[in-house]
Ligand binder design. Structure first.
Ligand code: ADP
Length: 320
């Protein structure tokens, strides 16, 4: 009887501690979200004003100073946006929104955004869209765009010379066996496909000892010769969470230092029909984020993600 009473008391204490911990997590996330929101406005004002200043007549010394302020502000804005994404993800507050979108258009938009950076760095940029890649897909356009920009941004950031290439294709069921790593089991569902995006670069590569922590938030990498990226180490951690929400998987391969890097990810999407031919494009579905695979079955296509056009700036700025 005494043992039972003791056990019950312990259970009550544990329950209390658990609730307190949950309350603390919510309070932290609310605080982060509020702070981020409040910090974004002045941050964007600084960025906009610096950009305007750069268009005026400046001495070379002034130009360098303003460019430094702009670069730092961009980094700060990225960090703010990453922390906000992370707090939403950790709070299970991020909603995946399914809608029909122009899949080819997303890749073209990414190239438009990134070509400025690669041209400044004199890198070559190629994009290959496989002929069988559906024009339209059903899924979360914004999450997908943000993920692609983040991975491509990293490729541009960590490459001093050479190339960045983006290859998008449909992962064929017969290549399931070749998919890495073995812990991911893709499920084929009718009306859906796995989009496979491969981003290759000829940059500094990843050291074998850094590999296990690439997707760990705030982890410090670059134990080798290549120097610090200046990032907080949030981008890939967030990408992986986004991709998990989209029922996919991401992994990175590298032959080692200065041998370049290949980031590959798979996401499960519905096959969309051309909205011009389609009669149904009103309904949308909001699915609360769960950390399993995205089940798109039964989702009706929506012409456009009604959170608006993806705002890739944060991820884009990462790569500056
Ligand atoms: P960060 O903000 O630090 O760049 P990320 O999460 O985007 O954070 O990336 C984590 C780390 O993974 C980077 O610091 C870098 O060491 C490594 N990394 C990511 N992509 C590449 C790449 N294309 N080439 C070399 N290293 C990379």
């Amino acid at each position: 009887m005494r043992a039972r009473d003791q056990l019950m008391e312990q259970n009550v204490d544990l329950d209390l501690a658990c609730r307190e911990a949950e309350r603390a997590i919510h309070a932290r996330n609310d605080f982060l979200a509020a702070m981020n929101h409040e910090m974004r406005t002045p941050m964007h004002a600084i960025i906009a004003l610096c950009s305007l200043l750069l268009e005026t007549k400046l001495t070379p010394e002034q130009r360098v100073k303003i460019e430094t302020v702009l670069k730092s502000s961009n980094l700060m804005a990225t960090l703010i946006s990453d922390v906000l994404d992370l707090s939403r993800l950790e709070d299970n507050n991020l909603e995946v929104e399914f809608g029909m979108f122009d899949l080819h258009g997303i890749f073209k938009e990414v190239v438009n955004l990134i070509k400025l950076i690669v041209s400044v760095k004199k890198l070559s940029l190629t994009m290959i869209l496989a002929p069988d890649l559906p024009m339209f897909a059903v899924g979360d356009e914004k999450l997908l765009m943000q993920t692609i920009l983040s991975v491509v941004g990293n490729a541009a950031k960590f490459t001093k010379e050479g190339y960045v290439s983006i290859i998008a294709s449909v992962a064929k069921p017969e290549s399931l066996r070749d998919w890495q790593p073995p812990e991911f089991y893709p499920v084929s569902v009718e009306g859906h496909f796995y989009l496979r995006v491969q981003v290759k670069d000829s940059g500094c590569g990843v050291l074998p000892q850094d590999m296990p922590n690439l997707f760990t938030k705030f982890a410090h990498h670059r134990s080798g010769s290549v120097g610090n990226s200046g990032g907080a180490g949030l981008g890939l951690a967030i990408c992986r969470r986004f991709i998990n929400l989209m029922g996919g998987h991401i992994w990175i391969g590298s032959e080692g230092r200065d041998k370049g890097c290949t980031a590959t990810f798979l996401v499960k999407l519905g096959i969309g029909s051309n909205p011009d031919n389609s009669a149904i494009h009103q309904a949308s579905a909001h699915v609360r984020a769960n950390h399993g695979s995205a089940d798109l079955s039964g989702q009706r296509p929506l012409l456009r993600d009604h959170r608006g056009t993806p705002n890739p700036n944060a991820r884009y700025q990462r790569s500056l």
